[in-house]
Design a protein around this ligand. Structure first.
Ligand SMILES: *Cc1c(COP(=O)(O)O)cnc(C)c1O
Length: 383
């Protein structure tokens, strides 16, 4: 296949991350691998194979489309949980395939029971409750009627999980908000139990909560970013290191994104490079054109910011990232040649470009940059 870039996914790195997470959470906590957003840009079809190989048997996705992608590769060997969008026309497929799903409103609860009855089956539901994020989840005043409904329809509804989601556990600034959410969640759990509706499992933690607030781990953790080898925020890493008195980051990046030099050129002092005037050469320069741009998912916000590796040296993006190309400064690399390897994310010799290192390492940046990586770039699983 002719291609301008390739993505490699490392089984060894993934295994190391899972080993670390299992050791941290203990045997009793189930890990659900969160693969929404095309497995955070890694590519669902290849990524779930790696996860399966490392023993993961539960996956969380956003919608039916993603559930189908997981199913296509792993069939009925794993459990799949839809955390977000379920449309009415999806219910038949979901219930007949025993796919689990979040329910956060009365309408979906009723429709699920009806469809399960029609299919002579049981819908496997996770009741999501509002605890303070104010996104999705049943409100407190609705809970009594939910309990009654679950009692009435227990033949058709399997109350598998009780769950919630925290509003920014990756930052200490949200400490009180998250603490109050944890407290509310416990009260709601007590409420359900005292009304004869004990969930089979409780779950609430994403990556950040699982480290910052260990009590949120409960029976299952929904782990996204950390399994890919990245931290939700620098604060979470620092918290972990301080607590453990450790110095080394225990996570390993799974993804490597590589391209190659398309062409080379010399530029005189005082010339502008690329569109417009955002970059002016302050010396005689040598530049390399890389056939990767924002249409492939290399964010325009990395214009004059991004770093790539060539011959084990860091090269900065000069000028703006274009649709299909970008330009990097290779003035200080002696014998750079056409078709030479360029690492966009990953390591080369002893240097490393992490996803977040191009910018100010702001929260949420890892997530956004990863999920933008184009689905059409070929993925390859490596050792
Ligand atoms: C995305 C998501 C997660 C995983 O979040 P990470 O920070 O990547 O671990 C967990 N739960 C829900 C509801 C999510 O939407």
């Amino acid at each position: 296949m002719h291609t301008n870039s390739i993505i490699e996914l490392s089984q060894t790195a993934y295994q190391q991350n899972i080993d670390f997470l299992k050791k941290t959470f203990g045997k009793k906590v189930l890990i659900s691998s969160v693969v929404k957003g095309n497995a955070y840009g890694h590519g669902i079809p290849e990524f779930v194979k790696i996860a399966f190989e490392s023993g993961i048997r539960h996956f969380s996705v956003f919608d039916v489309q993603e559930a189908k992608e997981v199913k296509l590769v792993l069939a009925d060997t794993v459990s799949i949980l839809i955390m977000g969008l379920v449309q009415e026309e999806d219910l038949e497929w979901i219930i007949s395939n025993q796919v689990e799903f979040f329910v956060f409103d009365k309408n979906r609860l009723q429709k699920a029971a009806k469809m399960a009855q029609k299919l002579k089956s049981r819908a496997i539901i996770h009741i999501e409750v509002e605890t303070g994020m104010n996104r999705t989840g049943f409100e407190k005043k609705e809970l009594l009627s939910v309990v009654h409904f679950l009692n009435k329809e227990k033949e058709y509804l399997r109350f598998k999980g009780l769950c919630t989601h925290y509003a920014g556990a990756e930052s200490i600034t949200n400490y009180y908000r998250v603490e109050s959410q944890i407290k509310k969640f416990k009260e709601i759990d007590t409420f359900f139990c005292s009304h004869n509706q004990k969930p089979e499992i409780r779950h609430s933690a994403c990556s950040a909560a699982s480290i910052m607030f260990p009590e949120t781990r409960m029976d299952m953790v929904r782990i996204g970013i950390m399994q890919y080898g990245l931290w939700p925020s620098p604060e979470v890493l620092v918290t972990y290191l301080n607590r453990k008195k450790a110095k080394l980051d225990p996570l390993k990046r799974v993804i490597t994104w590589k391209s190659s030099v398309m062409s080379l050129k010399k530029v005189n002092l005082g010339e502008f490079i690329g569109y417009g005037t955002s970059f002016m050469a302050k010396r005689k320069m040598k530049i390399a054109v890389i056939p990767i741009g924002y249409s492939h998912g290399y964010s325009r916000s990395l214009s004059n910011q991004g770093r790539v590796l060539i011959q084990g040296q860091r090269c900065i993006v000069v000028g703006s990232v274009n649709m299909n190309m970008m330009i990097v400064d290779v003035t200080d690399i002696e014998a750079v040649k056409k078709e030479e390897e360029v690492v966009l994310i990953g390591s080369q010799e002893n240097l490393d470009v992490s996803v977040a290192s191009f910018s100010d390492y702001s929260n949420q940046l890892n997530y956004e940059l990863l999920t933008r990586i184009s689905k059409t770039i070929p993925r390859k699983i490596i050792e």
